[in-house]
Design a binder for this molecule. Sequence first.
Ligand SMILES: NC(=O)c1ccc[n+]([C@@H]2O[C@H](COP(=O)([O-])OP(=O)(O)OC[C@H]3O[C@@H](n4cnc5c(N)ncnc54)[C@H](OP(=O)(O)O)[C@@H]3O)[C@@H](O)[C@H]2O)c1
Length: 291
Amino acid sequence: MAMTLVIGGTGNVGQVVVPGLLAAGQQVRVLTRDPTSEVARSQAEAGAAMVHGDLDDGASLDAALDGVDKVLVITTPTPQQKEQALAVIEAVKRSAPDAHFVRLSAMAPEPELDFELGRQHHEIDQAIKSSGLRWTILRPTFFMQNLIGAAGGVIADGNLYQPFKDGILPMIDIRDTADSFVAVLTGDGHEGKTYKLTGKEAIGMDRVAQALSKATGNHVTYVAVPTEAAEQSFIEAGYPEWVAHAFCELFEGFANNGLTRVSDGVEQLTDHSPRTVDDFATDFGEFFQAS
Ligand SMILES: NC(=O)c1ccc[n+]([C@@H]2O[C@H](COP(=O)([O-])OP(=O)(O)OC[C@H]3O[C@@H](n4cnc5c(N)ncnc54)[C@H](OP(=O)(O)O)[C@@H]3O)[C@@H](O)[C@H]2O)c1
């Protein structure tokens, strides 16, 4: 049975991928800085082997990579993201050179090198492609589940506050991203390939508000927030300034219709088409309602 190491397995995408891999009968090892966290403990109960490690500690990466056949690498958006991902590439070259390296990149507005997160992902993608390792890259666009961060406004006054102006984008349900990773990690023929992952259609925030209205039974209105105000809200919510700025650079690109093209990566990789915003609103509507 193949052994897969998941780096970033306790995060937003990892929390959906890990159960998918276990359900597919894979042996799963998850690297985490805190094996005692609630998520880590529940993944251990489900059958994953949790290993203590840190992207900034090369020896812990070498130990975690011992004997693995595949490694899924999910990093987190920080100023260190590129260096941390490059450190993983070097560790895999040292400790598991035959492993299949699968990476969560990002599909970004074009020109993608105009902003920090786009540059980071592009440079990491280039590094893996020239590493000599066996690799597959998945590039999803904006996750629908990010919208849960705006649920407070919907509950408080029925307004969905977002900095997307009248832009449209083919946002994707995180579950379709996870299904695509499980397909790559449990199937064959994906090496040396990059898959772009989007939803079925490019939609604007008015359409999201309509879906949430229908799912919750409460009228939801989209209110466009200026980018600077959104950046300030992220900082007030506790995000580091670098992250708040990087997110808002990205959102400005979406707001200006920098990414409207639909890709068929989900259909290519899985046995289903991408979930719609109505599916998302139905399944996550409770987050947008007062309890
Ligand atoms: N949000 C979107 O719409 C979107 C769309 C496309 C692409 N992306 C990309 O997706 C990636 C983020 O994915 P995500 O949201 O699933 O991740 P996430 O929730 O931000 O976190 C990923 C995991 O990284 C681990 N981690 C952080 N620092 C670490 C360190 N120093 N050493 C070891 N582990 C560390 C954490 O595990 P522990 O705390 O357990 O250690 C965490 O569970 C980013 O590269 C982003 O650009 C995001």
